[in-house]
Write a protein that binds this ligand. Sequence first.
Ligand code: NAD
Length: 252
Amino acid sequence: MKGIDGKVALVTGAASGIGRSTALRFAEEGAKVVVSDLQVDAGQQVVAEIEDAGGEAVFIEADVSKESDVARLVDETVSAFGGLDFAHNNAGIEGKAGPMAEMELEDFQQVIDINLTGVFLSMKYEIPRLLERGGGAIVNTASVAGMTGGPSLSHYYAAKHGVIGLTRSAALEVATENVRVNAVCPGVIETPMIERFTQGDDEAKAGLLEDEPIGRLGKPEEIASAVVYLCSDDASFVTGHPMVIDGGYVVP
Ligand code: NAD
């Protein structure tokens, strides 16, 4: 894809699932990649995979819900590779499921802290670095849960709606400064998150499949290619857009 080779890309939640695939895809397209996550061993494995394929990457441990971690992550990215061009703010959790009336405030807040405040903090520290470079692109991971409602995961749905709001607002704040901000809204994608959510229960998995008109679940690589496209020069007129990649899940 145009305009990725030689650039610097930061991916959060990059030790697993969608973030891992995006990190690998950025590297394949020639970007230098910062792989960030809480999971150190798995994150370093992603770096090793990139290096084995001839790419350049470093691992930086950071919790996206902690402001001091995010500030350090962005500073260390710039120290490692001389600047920042692209960010995929992707780290997230599914949270503890349950109806709202039974949900503990602490469980609600944990999902908001990681899935929503984490995206705010990431953009807060990334945007000035992109402006220093004269431009760049950010892609936030929202979800089809940012466009619909759903029982038992109200914190998750609320956070993902919020990610779309943050994305649209940030896009307008920097629209004239050569920085584009978009979101991806995946449907059900086969990652460890979905394994945890269904707890190996075939019936639960079959239920998820029923929601996918295309007849299968998505693959993390199918989200990664959209993220890298949105960062590329091929998407030069695309900003503030929540891109749905869901096999038809939210078709009205
Ligand atoms: P995953 O569990 O495979 O990966 C998530 C990664 O985020 C993990 O490596 C985890 O360690 C990391 N992480 C969690 N909390 C963190 C924190 N506080 N700081 C830094 N890293 C943290 O799950 P995934 O399916 O790849 O999910 C990635 C993103 O995609 C999430 O935002 C998720 O909500 C979103 N999403 C997933 C699906 C799906 O069906 N899998 C659908 C829509 C959206």
